[in-house]
Design a protein around this ligand. Structure first.
Ligand code: FHN
Length: 454
């Protein structure tokens, strides 16, 4: 065979194979087994950092001298700021204090295993150099850097998964983008299909293609306003670039994605059939607002994480950095304190699954990893905590905060159901003292106290 026709054949074969490869990952061909594989690292992570960062950090909640109600990142919509006027904040956005290594380290030290950052929020501003629209951090600000690239390098170096949030439907800058409450500036009017085809889809392509083979770990869609099945299908082909990227349930058009996203709330019970992640602010806003001081305590944040893990979910906790590129000091403090708790107790969170007990008689939670149980006690009764229904004998019981052995007794209640009493520790942790129970056999829980564990 002549070399030119051989080369032609090779190209044809490669083209055919690549067509087959991408067709193989079409959404409708996805399988439960692939989904489980995709979700494996995410399920083990249990704890991630959400970062809402954009030019809305410049006004930081104040427009024309007035404090604007609502979320910081919504200021353009809430104050009905004209498109051209809002765009001027870009020129003032110069986050010279931004340090990707420090951000990633703060997340890592807090025990977080992944970061989800806003690549583009509803204001339409891309936090990466985009060839699709000049309204981006490289072309429109004096900063001239790509925070997503810097974060992807820092995450790779520190073993953190990097993920991207992308507001696919709402876009208050580009013509045709959706806007809650309707457009307020003629510049916003236009065809949504055109916007999706010419701005959103290619930008999604950019963030999927440009940051390394494993980035993004998650593609986090948001507010599927006016998204139909046909419109979702304008974006979906881009996912073939990263078939193992996990997606959430906010694409719209009937696409369920890989996990559900309760927002600012923790469901009363977990969901055995669907992965889920509670996203939550540390104060009341996602994007930075200089005067939002309603901070949750570290105790609340840790107990939220424990509550969520005990129901088999993930906690995505938000930080809204300033326009200078710093985490608010209140967030830094809380991340540090969470990290101090996680340093000792992280094994009771990472890689755990939901509690096998339907109910607990004390103020606390239970998480499980295989044949180990982690009993989280928020408040110790003097007479100890009683765990009823655990049939399996115990090999060892240890307090994770100081490594000391826990004293316990076993008895049966009037109906003969087993009751384990664990006595209070010498050093309790006011946030949550964890007792690690290593079981002497496969976990068995009496059905009366919970569902029979498999
Ligand atoms: O409108 C957004 C909001 O600004 C923020 O990004 C949250 C995070 O989940 N999502 C939307 C509201 O559901």
């Amino acid at each position: 065979m002549k070399s030119r026709s051989f080369a032609g054949l090779v190209i044809l074969v490669i083209m055919a194979l690549s067509m087959f490869a991408s067709a193989a990952f079409a959404a409708e061909d996805d399988t439960k087994a692939w989904q489980d594989e995709r979700l494996q690292w995410w399920n083990e992570a249990r704890f991630g950092l959400f970062i809402h960062w954009g030019i809305y950090a410049v006004p930081a909640g104040t427009y024309k001298g007035k404090q604007i109600g609502g979320l910081g990142e919504w200021i353009m919509n809430s104050a009905k700021i004209p498109v051209a006027e809002y765009a001027k904040y870009a020129a003032q956005f110069n986050p010279v204090k931004f340090n990707a290594e420090e951000w990633v380290k703060m997340a890592k030290d807090a025990g977080m295993k992944y970061i989800v950052i806003t690549a583009k929020h509803h204001d339409g501003f891309a936090m990466f150099p985009s060839k699709v629209s000049p309204f981006n951090i490289y072309d429109a600000t004096p900063f001239k850097r790509d925070p997503l690239r810097e974060l992807s390098r820092a995450c790779r170096a520190q073993g953190m998964k990097l993920s991207f949030y992308y507001s696919q439907a709402q876009d208050w800058h580009h013509a045709g983008g959706a806007a809650a409450g309707g457009h307020w500036d003629k510049a916003q009017d236009g065809s949504m299909d055109k916007y999706l085809t010419e701005i959103a889809a290619p930008q999604v392509g950019e963030i999927l293609a440009n940051y390394g083979p494993r980035v993004p770990g998650v593609l986090w869609w948001d507010t599927p306003m006016d998204m139909t099945k046909e419109r979702a299908e304008i974006l979906l082909p881009q996912l073939k670039l990263k078939p193992f990227a996990i997606t959430n349930n906010r694409l719209g058009g009937g696409y369920a994605g890989d996990f559900d996203t309760p927002e600012q709330t923790i469901p009363a019970a977990g969901n055995k059939h669907r992965a889920w992640e509670t996203c939550m602010t540390m104060n009341d806003t996602w994007g930075y607002k200089s005067y939002d001081t309603n901070w949750k305590s570290t105790t609340t944040l840790v107990r939220n994480l424990v509550d969520i893990a005990s129901k088999g979910g993930n906690y995505l906790l938000n930080v809204g950095p300033t326009a200078k590129g710093e985490f608010p000091k209140e967030s830094v403090k809380r991340l540090k304190e969470i990290g101090q708790w996680m340093e000792k107790n992280g094994k009771a969170i990472h890689g755990t699954t939901a509690s096998p007990f339907a109910n607990l008689s004390f103020n606390g939670r239970c998480t499980r990893r295989g044949d180990s149980l982690y009993v989280h006690v928020f408040e110790w009764p003097r007479e100890g905590v009683k765990l009823s229904g655990l049939v399996t004998p115990i090999g060892s019981a240890t307090f994770l905060n100081d490594g000391s052995k826990a004293e316990y007794t076993r008895a049966g209640d009037a109906e003969g159901a087993p009751i384990l009493t664990i006595m209070p520790p010498a050093h309790s942790d006011p946030i949550d003292t964890v007792v690690e129970l290593i079981l002497a056999g496969p976990l068995e829980v009496a059905p009366a106290a919970g569902e029979k564990a498999k």
